[in-house]
Design a protein around this ligand. Structure first.
Ligand code: NDP
Ligand code: 2IT
Length: 455
């Protein structure tokens, strides 16, 4: 668990804000970690701008504006009743309506949703768009559940949540365990309860009913575009590089797709049971068939692929040698041991497709070893940014072509990259994307909070 001694920063405002967070949010290690990682970079900004401390911007940022927790009862196919817990943490709306995904996974608890909502504030600020930060979800485990069970769960979840949503209030989307199918069931239930065809209330919708082209691909594509721009700044590119991706879900699959389009050789990916190495490079069509269509494990991929691939049960995808690593599964999946292995194997860049996948110790090892490091707030912001493109199309009752949406995504990722780069330079740490992302995100939301008074 993170502690005050991990804080490298000596600004008194930072220290007292972090102490306050630890005292008021015990037993929430992920939330404390996410706060620590941001605050650790803010001393220079607070020293230059004492008004942030005068107005207690840090304390206000670390306290969610509103948190909703609710019972989600549902009945399985055998008639048995289950009770899950639902969450929506509406963290900060200084920049726009609350925006952020919903996660369905047994590991979900209040602290996990708070860490994700906190990250989302700065990520959304970095996009330059008008969106606040939020996150929600449930400890429901969708694995092995039938379509009917998923539908009943989603309807029960939305029956409670709908009163807190609205296109100008709070706009959820997907995350782990929540994809197009779940968004469909939840949107349907919202529409029925609200008696409104309010397209902009959720993003990640189907293309026939208000969804945006490229939203499915956006997080993965964006992560790779960010990585490519980091490499270009250092006179390198992705062409011919060996890439390893963790996860085999939405973010992972479309990171693999974009990396392959840019000439990389993606040799390994993983899921929650193990990883697969494919010396010929991953066959993406087969991988999508197994993971998206059949919802099976990647061991099935290895079985069908033949000799070039082999499956290794258990964690450890980072032991596969690579030039570029894209952690795209879940929080704290890349620890110090994995970071040392990656460094020993000559990794040149790591970009976080997932939220907080790299532990603080691993992050600092990679940065000290001179590895280019793209933090999740910046690198994976293409998903939420394309959600905003979806909201724009909904508001104008129009829909864009794939090429147009992809071009907008590319421009947005370039803007995010350059905002991080500029902030890092302004604070005397060129090339430090972690500091750049935290400071640039903080300044934008902090300034909006200053301008809007004590709310
Ligand atoms: P998916 O549910 O589509 O995929 C998640 C993948 O990660 C699956 O392959 C899953 O394995 C694996 N995984 C999940 N939990 C664990 C765990 N505890 N240990 C090991 N493996 C695990 O989710 P997404 O791809 O949407 O999300 C992945 C990450 O990206 C998350 O951190 C999410 O917050 C982040 N993200 C997502 C965005 C989006 O638009 N979807 C936007 C920005 C960030 P299995 O297949 O076995 O379940
Ligand atoms: O972590 C994330 O940025 C997401 N899960 C996407 C959020 C969104 O509203 O599109």
């Amino acid at each position: 668990m993170a502690s005050e001694s991990d804080l490298h920063d000596h600004h008194t405002g930072v220290r007292s804000a972090y102490k306050h967070v630890v005292r008021r949010n015990p037993y929430e290690p992920e939330f404390q970690q996410a706060v620590l990682e941001v605050l650790d970079n803010l001393s220079p900004a607070l020293t230059r701008h004492p008004e942030y401390d005068d107005q207690r911007i840090l304390q206000r940022l670390c306290e969610p504006e509103r948190q909703v927790m609710f019972r989600v009862p549902w009945r399985d196919d055998n008639g048995n009743v289950h009770v899950n817990r639902g969450f929506r943490v509406q963290f900060n709306s200084a920049l726009g309506p609350y925006k952020g995904g919903l996660r369905f996974h047994p590991s979900v608890n209040l602290g996990v949703i708070k860490f994700l909502g906190f990250e989302q504030i700065f990520k959304n600020a970095l996009t330059g768009m008008s969106i606040g930060g939020a996150k929600g979800g449930s400890d429901f485990d969708p694995k092995g559940r039938s379509d009917n069970e998923i539908e009943r769960f989603c309807q029960s979840f939305m029956t409670e949540l709908h009163q807190h949503l609205g296109e100008h209030t709070d706009v959820p989307a997907g995350d782990i365990g929540v994809g197009a199918r779940e968004i469909g069931y939840m949107f349907g239930q919202y529409r029925r309860l609200a008696n409104r065809w309010e397209a902009g209330v959720m993003t990640g919708k189907g293309l026939d009913w208000g969804g945006s082209r490229v939203r499915t691909e956006a997080t993965g594509y964006g992560t790779v575009l960010f990585t490519q721009r980091m490499l270009e700044r250092n006179g390198k590119d992705l062409d011919g590089r060996r890439v390893v991706v963790s996860g085999a879900g939405n973010v992972a699959l479309y990171s693999i797709e974009r990396a392959q389009q840019l000439g990389a050789n993606v040799v390994a990916c993983s899921d929650s049971n193990g990883y697969v190495v494919d010396d010929k490079g991953l066959d993406l069509d087969l991988l999508k068939q197994v993971k998206e269509v059949e919802r099976a494990g990647i061991d099935v991929y290895a079985e069908r692929r033949g000799q070039s691939a082999h499956y290794v049960r258990g964690a450890g995808v980072w032991e596969v040698p690579c030039d570029v690593a894209l952690p795209s599964a879940t929080q704290n999946e890349l620890d110090a041991k994995a970071a040392r292995t990656l460094i020993d194997n000559g990794v040149i860049a790591v970009a976080e497709g997932a939220n907080m996948p790299t532990t603080p110790e691993a992050t600092s090892l990679l940065r000290r070893a001179g590895v280019l490091f793209g933090p999740g707030k910046a690198a994976n912001a293409g998903g939420v940014a394309t959600s905003v493109l979806e909201m724009r199309q909904n508001a104008r009752r129009t829909s864009w072509s794939f090429d147009h949406a992809e071009q907008e995504l590319a421009e947005t990722m370039a803007g995010i990259h350059d905002r991080c780069e500029e902030a890092a330079e302004r604070y005397g740490c060129p090339g430090d994307y972690v500091l750049g992302a935290n400071v640039a995100g903080f300044e934008r939301v902090g300034n909006a909070m200053l301008a809007q008074g004590l709310v």
